[in-house]
Design a protein. Structure first.
Length: 134
């Protein structure tokens, strides 16, 4: 996948979108498609890091889908985090079923469980929007 990383960083947004649609049409593995989406977005806004989380079968926990720009230690630590009203930005967004923005992880009470981990990896803010499907 390293070649994928390089290719997505050098392409325009519309070229990357076309390539991702091609991956979907040719039945690439979901993790490859999600990784490509993250790489495309990371290339478009280099000061951000994209991650995609999926819900478990019961809809109670968030599982790592793709996060090529995040440290592996961070992704592993949040894998399986609960969906709830005070579960960081992503768990809260999934619970509320709406956009949630955290401007300062150091001060946001919903980040109590993951604050030190996030700050230790220089993650300072976060936003999350749930994409709902049936």
């Amino acid at each position: 996948m390293n070649t994928c990383s390089t290719s997505f960083h050098s392409k325009t947004f519309s070229e990357s979108q076309r390539d991702i649609l091609g991956m979907i049409a040719t039945d690439h593995h979901l993790n490859e498609i999600l990784r490509a989406i993250c790489l495309m977005l990371d290339a478009q806004v280099p000061e951000t890091i994209c991650s995609i989380l999926l819900t478990d079968a019961e809809g109670k926990r968030l599982l790592s889908g793709a996060a090529p720009g995040l440290p592996a230690e961070y992704s592993q630590a949040i894998h399986g985090m609960a969906i709830g009203p005070q579960e960081g930005t992503c768990g809260t967004a999934a619970f509320r079923r709406e956009l949630v923005v955290t401007e300062d992880i150091a001060r946001d009470p919903s980040w109590a469980r993951f604050r030190n981990l996030a700050l230790g990896h220089n993650l300072r803010s976060c936003w999350s929007v749930p994409l709902l499907s049936h």
